[in-house]
Ligand binder design. Structure first.
Ligand code: PLP
Length: 371
């Protein structure tokens, strides 16, 4: 089976594990701090908090902003953890339909905000950079000021991409940005995630929440105090050391993904399956490569056909409003038509930095032979 995604770990990176093990400190040490500093340098954000997954990172971000019964809006075309943290915290949630780039459409968001009663306005809007294509963060930032909500960027797919010449993670137009280091993502630490912010108050709160709500007196560490109820969401030192090494390769890894994406484009751009991945002012991290089908039946037949030929595919993602869990939310399906169309027509094929040319050619051949 040619898998949809795969980590890219060089043999020399395997030495990192023994180096950390030999250092004697395998958690809460210098590698975490170094990794956080280096991601700040790359993204030009002020503060970073490394955690054990993007799901935990999102949960912590929501914990800083939300009280029970607050409202969060996001795109429904996403993985469940974009919103599950808010649900755990007792928030009400609603979805905003996607636009042409498959991210939250700022015009649809604006129209929804305009016709929503004041007491039903969101406290947080979370954008998702689906495929690695950043959302229109500057436009959403303008709306956040007008309607007084916080903005979280779920950039799980888009580390290494940029928007209007700002690297994703800069938080120029948002309150916090979330990265994922799952093996399918731009860089990996096995499992892992990070929260970036430019706000010192949020940063201190995030540190506290990551560390079970404890602050230690540096000079007299036995005088520890609980200031909050938090979690143990730490990334460990082995993961952080791998993260540092992976970060050094980030641009190369994105270039490799780009090359594959361009090669697919060159062979498929004359077919009806072709999906654009280039947008003005947005550089892509090429996390996913999408194909489009004329209807639900063709999509299902196409995915079965590729499976029989050993090619993994999936829908990134089945719109959340169509999932059984959200049935009781009684969401207005008519307002989420683009997300439903996306679910029924689009699917992803394999793309990862070390996907060999021979496999790319095989995938292309199978696609072109589909009837
Ligand atoms: C958009 C999005 N957000 C959040 C996550 C959760 O990431 P993690 O696996 O690091 O918890 C994923 C994982 O695939 C994702 O695709």
């Amino acid at each position: 089976m040619i898998s949809l995604s795969k980590q890219s770990i060089a043999s020399r990176e395997k030495k990192i594990f023994s180096k950390v093990l030999q250092s004697g400190k395998i958690t809460r040490g210098k590698y975490i701090e170094e990794f956080e500093k280096k991601v700040c340098k790359y993204t030009k954000s002020k503060y970073a908090v490394a955690v054990n997954s993007a799901s935990s990172a999102l949960f912590l971000a929501y914990s800083v902003f939300l009280k029970k019964n607050d409202i969060v809006w996001t795109s429904p075309v996403t993985f469940i953890s974009t919103i599950s943290g808010a649900i755990h915290l007792g928030s009400k949630i609603d979805f905003v339909d996607i636009g042409k780039d498959f991210n939250i459409d700022p015009l649809i968001l604006q129209a929804k905000l305009k016709k929503t009663k004041r007491q039903k306005l969101p406290s947080v809007v979370t954008t998702v950079h689906l495929r690695g294509v950043p959302a229109d963060q500057d436009k959403i930032a303008i709306l956040s000021k007008k309607y007084n909500f916080k903005v979280i960027e779920d950039a799980s797919h888009s580390f290494g991409a940029s928007y209007k010449n700002q690297n994703v993670g800069s938080c120029k137009w948002s309150d916090m940005t979330i990265l994922s280091f799952h093996p399918s993502k731009s860089i990996t630490t096995g499992e892992g995630g990070m929260i970036l912010t430019n706000n010192l108050f949020y940063y201190r709160k995030l540190l506290l929440l990551r560390n079970n709500g404890i602050i230690k007196n540096v000079k007299q560490p036995w005088k520890y105090k609980y200031f909050s109820i938090g979690h143990n969401f730490w990334m460990n030192e082995i993961q952080a050391a791998l993260g540092i090494s992976q970060l050094n390769k980030l641009n190369t890894l994105i270039s490799k993904r780009k090359k594959i994406s361009k090669y697919y484009d060159s062979k498929l751009n004359q077919t009806s399956y072709f999906v654009n991945s280039q947008y003005v002012n947005k550089s892509n991290s090429y996390h996913l490569y999408l194909l489009k089908c004329k209807n639900k039946q063709t999509k299902s037949r196409f995915m079965e056909y590729l499976k029989k030929r050993g090619i993994e595919t999936t829908t990134h993602y089945i719109s959340l409003h169509l999932q059984p869990f959200f049935k009781s939310y009684k969401l207005n399906k008519k307002l989420l038509k683009n997300s439903e169309t996306y679910t029924n027509h689009y699917f992803s094929i394999p793309i990862y930095p070390d996907l060999k040319k021979k496999k790319q050619d095989y995938i292309i051949k199978c696609i072109l032979n589909f009837k």
